[in-house]
Ligand binder design. Structure first.
Ligand SMILES: O=c1ccn([C@@H]2O[C@H](COP(=O)(O)OP(=O)(O)O[C@H]3O[C@H](CO)[C@@H](O)[C@H](O)[C@H]3O)[C@@H](O)[C@H]2O)c(=O)[nH]1
Ligand SMILES: [Mn+2]
Length: 737
């Protein structure tokens, strides 16, 4: 036992093959230096055409180099973690900390209640003592439809939890389980239970879906639970009192499953909303939950989840607890972040939703540099840390060791409901103004997660990234182009807002977090400016080609070499990395296209929106990502056909640039065909420009399809087509004359 005590609860491993990567980075840097030498020594003189185009290109390349440098810093020293859950059970099974799990939902129409309760059921079924699990649902939609689904879930949990535990099934979201599991025909006992539970699940799902479709709760259902009466007072989803219902009170001895085992506490909360108070989106919801849960269960560890992120691994809580309970380092840990992984991705991932490279290469790099950022979901926080506590070596060590859950008043659930309501009221935060600032998640930023995580790092805490073999959580990716672009607009805008505010990591984190972590943060915080450099690079060289201004070395010149070297190796590395983390070649190509689209649309609009907010022209918003799609849209998603089909300025930019490059390529090819002898071809100063233009046309092929060939509803709307033709022709005309 004594010896056992000194074995750590987790280990950290460095990545292998770091040296080749370092060599690669250094040689690429040498190549980049050559490019810069070329750019500086060949600036066109003032009389020559294209001086400004040249300088602009140089600035874009400088920017790309700077940004690439950050991506190298992030990848320099990734680390990976491994836990020992058996040691945890041996030493601490009786002393495991309580866990409060927060699930956030915002709208029953785009986040169907049937999906939400699957997430809820999956976390209720964690392999963890149920008395120590407390599940809270925050419903920003304030919807009785969601509440109804929760009532159904609370009774279904009585058969679902024993079933999960008895047969040790995975995953524990009933929907996901029954979708993939094969009926256990050999095992007679299980087969019988299996089909009866499947039947009751399907019955429940049907009832919930019918009710959701109907859009209101029938009288019959209303009688099932006193909680429905609350909706008599609800004026609208933006104007209602706090609704707090303890659906299962884990402390109640009568709250047991069909096998007589205790159930986790289950709470439904719709915080108060009034038109005159800003509700601060998800951050506001989480903060209300932090307060309410402190009265009800006060678990020292909080798991935050989006409503589509169901638990795919029933041991994740134990994994996370290993980091917190480690005798050596546990007291330093502020939060444990799991990767954001998705189900429902298609083979070649048309919209590049997978985040595989970010989760596989970049976030482990963050961990090596001082700790992963908080990405909003799949994250276990220490309650005190979230509530603003600063890290201090001695104090935290002492506290965590002799950790004594702060006692909470024992009272009946209806009393708790009444006394906790005030904590979720609009006026509460007026009195305690530190909420949303020093306490809880921060307000005022569309990426409350990244900002709050940064603040936690700056208060001295470390964070841990844990990416187990069996994914901890699975969510739903955006399934249309526009949703993906809108999501990235929110992210790029929020991230840039952090960079440009007093929370800029170089200022706010100065002397508080390591420089390499400050730089790492910039990999996301500087997404938005990338948009401009990219926009320049995909438009100006092509237009110059049309006009006859050369911006790259002649194909016969030795200066071509550094360009070729940098471009080929940089992209080859990216391809290799993509495939290493489970992608396909076609998937990589799609990924490249999506990054192009995001940069020239989401990032630009994100930046502009940031400016508009700055001068007070537009208000902050949080466009919730849709989690359901119409049948024909889903079908096209399955076929990996890009979905345009809506009129959006983002599509206009994308289509304009696609057309512009097509026109320029035609113009450029004409030039080559006119001078069709080998001698001039070799000394041809436009070869690289033509190649760049051709590559852009190639990557934009799906856009031309949507413009000219497709007939389905996902094709480009006529208005967008007309507008983009006009803009593209205008730009070409301006370039030529
Ligand atoms: O007013 C709101 C708006 C959103 N949400 C919830 O926030 C979560 C995330 O919203 P979603 O539309 O799915 O956005 P994503 O872009 O997928 O979210 C990512 O990015 C967000 C920050 O932009 C983080 O908060 C998320 O955790 C992270 O998954 C969902 O559960 C919503 O129900 C609320 O509770 N209240
Ligand atoms: Mn989401």
């Amino acid at each position: 036992m004594e010896k056992n005590h000194h074995l750590p609860l987790y280990v950290t491993k460095s990545a292998k093959a770091r040296i080749p990567f370092h060599l690669f980075a250094v040689s690429l840097f040498v190549g980049v230096c050559f490019i810069f030498v070329y750019r500086v020594s060949n600036i066109p003189s003032e009389e020559e055409a294209g001086r400004w185009a040249w300088i602009g290109l140089f600035l874009s390349e400088l920017w790309f180099c700077l940004y690439w440098f950050i991506t190298v810093i992030v990848r320099w020293n990734p680390i990976y973690r491994c836990t020992f859950k058996d040691r945890l059970s041996l030493r601490y099974e009786e002393a495991l900390p309580g866990i409060d799990i927060f699930v956030c939902t915002a709208d029953p129409m785009i986040e169907p209640p049937a999906m939400v309760i699957n997430t809820v059921l999956s976390v209720m079924a964690y392999d963890y003592p149920p008395q120590k699990l407390n599940v809270y649902l925050s419903d920003d939609g304030g919807s009785d439809l969601t509440f109804y689904a929760m009532v159904e879930a609370s009774s279904f949990s009585k058969i679902w939890l024993p079933f999960c535990k008895k047969f040790k099934i995975e995953p524990r979201s009933p929907e996901a389980y029954f979708r993939t599991a094969v009926e256990p025909l050999e095992d007679n006992v299980m087969a019988k239970e299996w089909s009866s539970i499947k039947k009751s699940y399907e019955g429940m799902k049907k009832r919930i879906e019918t009710t959701t479709k109907l859009g209101r709760i029938s009288e019959e259902i209303r009688k099932q639970h006193k909680g429905f009466r609350e909706w008599n007072l609800v004026a609208s989803r933006r104007d209602h009192q706090t609704i707090l219902q303890m659906l299962i009170d884990g402390k109640d001895p009568k709250a047991v499953d069909i096998e007589g085992q205790p159930l986790p506490t289950l709470v439904y909360l719709a915080r108060e909303k009034r038109p005159q108070y800003h509700h601060n989106f998800k951050a506001g919801a989480v903060n209300a939950l932090i307060r309410v849960s402190s009265r009800i269960s006060n678990g020292p560890i909080i798991l935050i989840l989006d409503c589509d992120m169901y638990s795919n691994n029933s041991e994740s809580v134990r994994d996370a607890v290993c980091f917190y309970m480690d005798e050596e380092k546990g007291h330093e840990v502020g939060f444990v972040q799991f990767p954001q992984s998705f189900e429902n991705l298609t083979k070649n991932d048309v919209y590049a939703s997978s985040l595989n490279v970010i989760m596989g290469a970049e976030i482990p790099g963050f961990d090596g540099n001082g700790g992963p950022c908080f990405i909003g979901t799949g994250c276990f926080h220490r309650r005190n840390t979230l509530c603003g506590q600063k890290y201090s070596d001695q104090e935290c060590k002492a506290n965590w060791k002799g950790r004594d859950d702060i006692k909470i008043e024992e009272s009946a659930s209806h009393v708790l409901e009444d006394t906790s309501k005030v904590l979720a009221s609009c006026t509460y935060e007026e009195k305690y103004t530190q909420w949303g600032n020093e306490v809880g998640l921060k307000y005022g930023c569309p990426v409350e997660d990244v900002l709050s995580g940064l603040a936690i790092h700056c208060r001295g805490w470390r964070s841990i990234y844990f990416n187990p073999e069996r994914k901890g959580f699975l969510g739903l990716p955006p399934t249309t182009l526009l949703q993906s672009l809108v999501q990235h607009k929110r992210w790029s805008e929020g991230d840039f807002q952090i960079f440009a505010s007093r929370y800029c990591p170089f200022v706010y984190g100065y002397k508080k977090i390591p420089l390499k972590l400050q730089l790492s943060y910039c990999i996301y915080l500087l997404w938005a400016p990338n948009g401009f450099a990219t926009l320049y690079y995909v438009a100006v060289p092509s237009l110059c080609l049309l006009r006859g201004i050369s911006l790259f070395p002649k194909i016969s010149s030795a200066w071509v070499l550094p360009f070729a070297f940098v471009i080929i190796f940089h992209r080859a590395y990216s391809l290799g990395e993509f495939i290493w983390f489970g992608g396909t070649v076609q998937g990589w190509w799609n990924d490249q296209r999506m990054w192009l689209f995001r940069r020239i649309s989401s990032f630009i609009f994100g930046f502009l929106d940031y400016i508009l907010k700055l001068v007070g022209f537009s208000k902050s918003a949080f466009v919730v990502t849709q989690k359901v799609a119409d049948d024909d849209v889903s079908e096209r998603y399955e076929q990996e056909l890009m979905e345009f089909g809506a009129s959006s300025p983002m599509f206009t930019i994308i289509a304009t640039l696609a057309l512009l490059n097509a026109f320029c390529l035609v113009g450029g090819m004409k030039r080559v065909i006119y001078m069709m002898d080998v001698q001039t071809l070799v000394s041809e100063p436009f070869t690289l420009q033509i190649l760049l233009c051709a590559l852009l046309v190639l990557i934009n092929l799906p856009v031309y399809q949507c413009l000219f060939l497709r007939k389905d509803k996902g094709r480009m709307p006529t208005s967008v087509t007309q507008r983009s033709f006009m803009f593209a022709i205008l730009a070409c005309a301006l370039a030529m004359y």
